[in-house]
Design a protein around this ligand. Sequence first.
Ligand code: AMP
Length: 358
Amino acid sequence: MRIGIIGAGQLGQMLGFAARDLGAECRFLDPSVSPPARVCGDVIQRPFDDAAALAELAADCDVITYEFENIPINALQQVEDKVAVYPPVDALRNAQDRLDEKRLFEQLGIPLPAYHAVATRADMIAAADVLGLPMVIKTRRLGYDGKGQYVVRATADIDAAWGQLGTQLLIAEQWVPFDYEVSSIGVRNVDGEIRIYALSHNVHEDGILRVSRSPVDAPLLAEKAAEYVRRLLLHLDYVGVLALELFVKDGQLLANEFAPRVHNSGHWTIEGAATSQFENHLRAVMNLPLGSTANHGHAGMINLIGEIPDRARKLGESHLHDYGKAPRPGRKLGHITVLSESAAGRDALVEQIYKTVT
Ligand code: AMP
């Protein structure tokens, strides 16, 4: 089977490695020079919405999927009458616009922080009245890793926030002084089989994921988060892996956003679960039976951001993944996974490695 993947970053690379073990071939579309997934298959180096490249991918592949959220919807629309495209275009459309995403959460009874749509400076002032301060201003579209965001702490910040982001459609969100952040990752195949991974506890620095740990010792929260993921999977008639990110505050879950793709907070599943999120995504879109999502003990994942220091390559008791990207500040270059029989053992390893690599 041949799988077309739009996007050839590290997520594409890890999908490509999983495809090899399933006996499937991958072909990628990505405008970058020398993207990480080039080691897993041919990359058509053209823009994501290049009509000729998309037609070539559609003609050559049995199914098309994507590993990158900011691809133009029309790229998928150009191919979906020729070849199956998973996850469905509607899921990507909802995930690309924070307002649509929040309305979807509301429609499905998934709790979320209070928000206010902002198109004008007056809307931003009204949002501060309704939500209180601090509030977070986010671009509705094309935000990732905390980019396109401004925390308004005092009324005096409104001009600066408007000056920085006011040319785009925005959303204001209540500031959530969360206790911690989690993500729940689920997968559904073409036949409708669903599996959900154990909850991940995620720590972000400067809006970028730094550390994930799974499972989380909070069975009721895990069950609730899994139920929310199930609602999204069913409502969207979803096929593939979906990640839902949530805040935990006073024992309650509040949805932040969902990603219609394999997710950084699920990288621990490569060594830490019976079947990785990458293999299960492929199984889903190839309509194979899904693999078990059970954990192998307690897993931790530390992102390597900006550089991979030599000492990160000399650690025992851990699994290094180097995506082969050129170093640049703030860039995700790789990650390290650790496994332990106990949560305390895992946390000690995470702490030790975090200190070593930062
Ligand atoms: P996002 O791009 O929405 O995932 O935001 C990136 C990170 O910023 C989140 O993982 C949180 O750590 C933080 N953040 C985003 N929205 C809020 C909020 N409403 N309240 C508090 N922190 C937030």
